[in-house]
Design a protein around this ligand. Structure first.
Ligand code: BG6
Length: 508
């Protein structure tokens, strides 16, 4: 195969122009999300020349503060993150020109999100287009949108736009998600709300659509006749650590499934949209999510990690993490079997698992193809003709890899298993990216493709709602930290004559 070309590399970094002039209002300017992800993303966007001259940032928070104070604290945070190996942001040095562009445009407004005065003061400062980013705890989402609406800040005309970015979690079950949707839609039009799911900011997730729909090879076999099952995994080695307060009432199901895991499910299972227009794509995704049969309890396993060894060090069990009850039954792991009730996928199980403190870090979608129709190799010396498995690697590897069977060289007809694949880094230049750049930019240019529409969100909650309502909480299986999850999750697949793919490499 030819060497990667510079044309490919060039293509990866071009083709966009600066966003239109606007003010980015960040609620929660002193918060972790602002420091850890939003500022590095804006810095990267400035470095790529994608922010307009007429860009400004208004940080809002409840502490006393000044423009200069905000500038200093965010500069320090950016420098600290650039040196922190666990941070998403990597930079040998902060480029003074790019950061100067952001820094000079930072302003601060002290305000209580629950008080109309905050929004009235804001209205005095904003005249043209604006994006309001709710980088705050979920309980403030509705309050902020009400405040914006009541102060007239969501009124737009032909000359300027007003958009609101809402973080996750969007609701905590179907009823609360519906309630929040109804509440915000009283203040503005659906097209003004950008419900974020950071999985859609991952390059590899965005490229699933291109992989499926830009290659004629895949589409004919991407269906029930050829696919045995699909496994979607988001396994993490990290524990709950400092997030006990948030995690205790949330758990792995709410934290990961109706949002992130469903986004992966929709990408891999949706029908080809008529175009890459936002509404066309989002309609297909919503259609797929709505086709998921509500999940019965017997198709789900909840797990919680106990003390164990993770990446070579002893780690405590979930119940010994800070801000976690000693008798907590919150799940840190969930495995599910899903049925998609449509023409393409009827009868193909989609297995989903996600958990903390697992043996390896892998986010991937594995598509397992049906065996060859005729067992002509029955008498050949081979233990098992494993299925052809195509893995879409999302994290930490980025690429696609396929495992299949070949003849082992030699006089006998012996079958062996091989793997072939590609990694993005071998073909494309690595661009500075903490994961929010595309999302912020898209919101500013008004492209909602990578954001969740109200129906998409509600469909995700509807599928998991039977599990959230009335599942006895004590029904939790334990697994040691550093393992592949509880044995009950293995039994979920064993019942169907299948098993989970390994987490520590690309073989099963
Ligand atoms: C977040 C969850 O939304 O996603 C976290 O709240 C989880 O619990 C994280 O760790 C996973 O995201 P990523 O990008 O690290 O795979």
């Amino acid at each position: 195969m030819a060497e990667p070309t510079t044309t490919l590399k060039d293509n990866a970094a071009c083709g966009t122009k600066p966003a239109p002039p606007c003010t980015l209002v960040i609620f929660g300017a002193a918060g972790d999300l602002t420091k850890r992800l939003l500022m590095p993303s804006l810095y990267n966007l400035a470095g790529a020349g994608l922010l307009p001259e007429g860009f400004s940032i208004l940080g809002v928070d409840h502490n006393d503060g000044t423009d200069e104070g905000l500038r200093d604290s965010l500069t320090k945070a950016l420098e600290a993150f650039s040196k922190d190996p666990t941070s998403e942001f990597h930079a040998d040095r902060i480029d003074p020109k790019s950061w100067g562009f952001i820094r000079d445009r930072l302003h601060y407004l002290k305000g209580d999100f629950e008080k109309p005065e905050t929004f009235e003061a804001m209205a005095q400062q904003i005249s043209g287009s604006a994006v309001f980013y709710c980088a705050v705890a979920a309980r403030f989402f509705g309050t902020i949108v009400d405040g914006l609406g009541q102060a007239g800040l969501l009124k737009q005309d032909g000359d300027h736009f007003r958009r609101v970015v809402i973080e996750k979690p969007f609701g905590s079950d179907l009823a609360s998600a519906r309630e929040l949707n109804a509440r915000i839609l009283k203040q503005g039009d659906e097209s003004q709300f950008y419900r974020i799911d950071h999985f859609l900011g991952k390059e590899t997730v965005q490229s699933i659509m291109a992989f499926r729909f830009a290659n004629g090879l895949l589409e004919p076999v991407w269906r029930r006749e050829y696919i045995d099952s699909v496994q979607i995994t988001a396994a993490e080695t990290v524990g709950v650590e400092e997030r006990g307060k948030f995690y205790e009432p949330t758990g792995a199901l709410r934290d990961m499934v109706p949002n992130h895991m469903f986004q992966l499910l929709c990408m891999v299972g949706m029908e080809p949209p008529n175009s890459f227009d936002a509404e066309a794509v989002r309609s297909e995704k919503a259609k797929l999510a709505e086709a998921v049969r509500p999940i019965p309890r017997e198709d789900a396993v909840r797990g919680q990690y106990t003390a164990g060894t993770s990446e070579g060090r002893d780690v405590p069990g979930y119940r010994d993490e800070p801000n976690v009850a000693k008798d907590s039954v919150t799940e840190t792991y969930i495995a599910l079997k899903l049925h998609i009730e449509n023409w393409r996928w009827a009868g193909v199980p989609f297995y989903i698992r996600t958990g903390k403190r697992m043996t390896g870090r892998r986010t991937e979608i594995a598509v397992l193809f049906k065996p060859a129709p005729f067992k002509m190799f029955e008498d050949t010396p081979t233990d098992d003709l494993g299925p052809t498995v195509m893995r879409i690697l999302i994290d930490p590897d980025h690429g696609v890899s396929t495992e299949f069977n070949v003849k082992v060289p030699g006089p006998q007809m012996k079958i062996g298993r091989v793997r072939s694949g590609f990694r993005y880094k071998d073909f494309f230049a690595d661009r500075p990216n903490v994961g929010y750049e595309t999302l912020l930019y898209d919101c500013m240019i008004g492209d909602a493709t990578l954001f969740q529409r109200a129906d998409n969100i509600e469909a995700g909650w509807a599928a998991v709602d039977p599990l959230l309502q009335g599942w006895p909480q004590k029904d939790v299986a334990f697994y040691p930290a550093g393992s592949a999850g509880p044995k009950e999750a293995d039994e979920l697949l064993a019942r169907d004559g299948r098993h989970w793919l390994g987490l520590d490499g690309e073989t099963d």
